[in-house]
Design a protein around this ligand. Structure first.
Ligand code: PRP
Ligand code: URA
Length: 209
């Protein structure tokens, strides 16, 4: 699994534990999702493209590196991926944001696409796909298929909690995609929910259940 990074940082572990706790309410849940995305993003964006720009210090003119924000696209998978967007924008405020709408059928667990809008010139951008949950991997695999069909090439995927089944499906379908997971859980249950997981991420972010 050379393309997979599982985070071991104590701050990320601590915040994921708070996220899992069923007594954590919507407001804190949202804050934690954003904070974890920022901490993970710091590592996932390690190879961000840089532009050389001229600035003037109090001493002299100089050419120095700055993040080429226009060359980056953040693509949350709706709904739950939305919760991670501001956490990444805190690091790269000028990044463009696309959206892919997917929902899992409750019985078959097969994902269905309902929306796709990506920034222009997608083929020239580093694309960061966001979804806090990588369960069967179906949503991530299909979302990345859509991005590739529209010309996306350099793609990374970030999830906060992953199941081994999802990591396997995603890396087999898209071996070129770098995968970042806040933690790797035990397994899926009979409803394809991650165990121990955190429940339904979308419902917990938006307070819909
Ligand atoms: C959840 C989650 C992922 C997907 C993961 O979304 O946010 O997109 O399930 O499961 P998978 O790896 O088995 O595909 P859901 O379909 O519940 O939609 P929602 O975010 O709108 O609640
Ligand atoms: N989607 C979620 O929100 N949670 C899971 O555990 C699996 C899929």
């Amino acid at each position: 699994m050379s393309n997979v990074t599982i985070f071991e940082h104590p701050l990320i572990k601590h915040k994921i534990t708070l996220l899992r706790d069923k007594s954590t309410g919507t407001k804190d849940f949202r804050t934690l999702i954003e904070e974890i995305a920022t901490l993970m993003g710091y590592e996932a964006l390690r190879d961000l493209p840089l532009d050389q720009v001229e600035i003037e210090t109090p001493i002299c003119k100089t050419v120095q590196p700055m993040v080429a924000g226009k060359k980056l696209a953040i693509v949350p998978i709706l709904r739950a991926g939305l919760g991670m967007v501001n956490g990444i924008l805190a690091l790269v405020p000028s990044a463009k944001v696309g959206h892919i709408g997917m929902y899992r059928d409750e019985k078959t667990h097969i994902p269905h696409e309902y929306y796709c809008k990506l920034p222009e010139n997608i083929g020239e951008r580093l694309i960061i796909v966001l979804d806090p949950m990588l369960a069967t991997g179906g949503s991530a695999v299909d979302a990345i298929n859509l991005i590739k069909q529209r010309g996306g090439k350099h793609i990374k995927f970030m999830s906060i909690i992953a199941a081994p089944e999802g990591v396997k499906a995603l890396t087999e379908a898209h071996p070129d995609v770098e995968v970042y997971c806040g933690c790797l859980d035990e397994r899926l249950n009979e409803n394809a929910y991650i165990v121990p997981g955190l429940g339904d991420a979308g419902d917990r972010i938006f307070g819909t259940k």
